[in-house]
Design a protein around this ligand. Sequence first.
Ligand code: FE2
Length: 295
Amino acid sequence: MSDYPVNMDVKPEVTAFFDPDTNTISYVVKDPSSDACAIVDSVMDIDYAAGRITTDSADKIIDFVQSNGMKLILQIETHVHADHLSAAPYIQEKLGGDITVGDKITVVQETFGKVFNEGTEFQRDGSQFDRLFKDGDTYKIGSMQGVAIHTPGHTPACMVYVIGDVAFVGDTLFMPDGGSARADFPGGDAGELYDSIQKVLSLPDDMRLFICHDYGPNGREIRWETTVREEKATNIHVGGGTSREVFVKMREDRDATLDMPRLIIPSLQVNMRAGDMPPADEDGNTFLKVPVNKL
Ligand SMILES: [Fe+2]
């Protein structure tokens, strides 16, 4: 069993918002005994070909929180996503909510600060975020206590957020028939990912797991909720006691065949800034860069 403080008697209310453009699932997680809630992994819409940013996905979540009279406490980023833009700063303007990420964000900022040739005005100390969590840190959402678990491998700063009987696993695990996320981005490591997955699988069997992405493998409908028990038994990459060695070989072979995510270039530049755009020029115009032959 895990050493992290877990209380399976607390049953948060979880509402999912699926973004079909990026196959991302965002969540509102609410304290059943107060109005307090958190948002996990919000999405800002982008038409990359047109360079156009819109807010429909974020507005849906804002409307949901407001119309149900909830108070937003935290905006949780499970990691620096490479496939969609975070809407956390936009949501914060309307609803507040501290923006949080793992403290190893500094490693991610160092790596991609170089890739995008950011000047010294781009701080690599995580100060763009309101709170940085390290492994085992706890936090409150109303009367609920959550714990952050460091789960590197997909990225160095990945965290799993456990709140009562639910865990938001980010890209540590996919649904059982989806397996696991890639571990080949700069700073990723398949062996570390295996070790992090074992941390998740050591949580209580009945814990509800909410994943960040689903692609409906083999034509099934999109799903986002599973349990530790199901993942342990049937996950196609790690279920049934798969060894570290077998997993690492499978993951590295598979990653070598994958293209870069469609939105990785805009996503990293924005998400390493906690969802903010790069600073505008003197006329108020905002630009994203395309680093050539760097990814
Ligand atoms: Fe990811």
